[in-house]
Unconditional design. Structure first.
Length: 277
């Protein structure tokens, strides 16, 4: 199979853009509201598309819209574009959903052992959190405990080796590598338990909502009103929905998001990709 070179502004981005196009058309057809979130939202605002050195796309949907999307997409997408979700995919152990292009195989080298999958975009559920700070903190910590158990149960497949760690974290990781937690936990049951916990608070009724699975942890939890309205913004050749108050959203996550990071921090993912022929 001929290799698709992992140039951050090359073939992978073109494939992901096409997946986003299919996702956007599907959501429009079925009246499903979504948002461009995370680094992809920075891409819209700062670059009118991909961050040049980045190679992923993140979208977010309120939980009820997310559940509806997963159900419909599983029923209707069975060709080149498909979804990967823990309920339908045996070797998928994430709490979000991937929309994938099955014509391209990806080897993810960011894990302890290489993971074989397809080029994808991330579809993240946005969930409600309690209005009172103490209850919000306790709820968040409960969910984090379950998520930690999920990672431990499938450590080699889920642990991200590219993240920077403190010396204490590195020491703990060295211990974990020596212990086989897979025999002690049922990963799929843990994911189901986490999803049930995330569903406890309705995002459309609570004052706070967040992408619990996001990398910025509690910073991801914000006032629900930020998501009340959307505007269309350019993302390469597409126009996609971004929260109208994107400035508050992005500053909560990144601070001065218009400032480019130092060159040494402009890093994409550790992928190899191959066309199927």
């Amino acid at each position: 199979m001929p290799e698709v070179k992992n140039t951050q502004n090359g073939e992978l981005q073109k494939i992901q853009l096409n997946i986003l196009r299919e996702f956007d058309l599907f959501c429009r057809e079925h009246n499903i509201k979504y948002y461009i979130i995370g680094g992809s939202a920075i891409g819209c605002v700062r670059h009118k598309g991909f961050i040049p050195w980045d190679d992923d796309i993140d979208v977010g949907l309120f939980r009820k819209d997310y559940d509806r999307f997963v159900e419909l997409a599983h029923q209707k997408w069975n060709g080149k574009i498909q979804i990967r979700n823990y309920k339908f995919t045996d070797d998928f152990y994430h709490c979000l959903t991937h929309v994938v292009d099955t014509s391209v195989t990806v080897i993810d080298h960011a894990r302890i052992k290489p993971v074989y999958t397809n080029v994808w975009i991330d579809v993240n559920p946005l969930d409600g959190f309690p209005r009172f700070a103490i209850r919000r903190k306790l709820h968040y910590m409960h969910l984090r405990t379950i998520k930690t158990l999920i990672v431990l149960s499938k450590f080699e497949a889920l642990f991200d080796m590219n993240k920077r760690r403190s010396k204490v974290e590195q020491f703990v990781i060295s211990i974990i590598k020596k212990v086989n937690f897979a025999h002690h936990f049922d990963t799929k049951k843990l994911i189901s338990k986490l999803e049930n916990g995330l569903r406890k608070y309705d995002a459309r009724k609570e004052r706070y909502v967040g992408n619990f699975l996001g990398r910025y942890k509690e910073k991801e939890i914000m006032p629900t009103e930020i998501f009340d309205e959307t505007i269309l913004m350019d993302f390469e050749s597409l126009q996609v929905p971004v929260m109208k108050d994107y400035d508050t959203y992005l500053r909560n996550l990144y601070g001065d998001y218009m400032q480019l990071p130092p060159v040494e921090k402009r890093i994409g993912h550790s992928f190899e990709a191959y066309w199927k022929i």
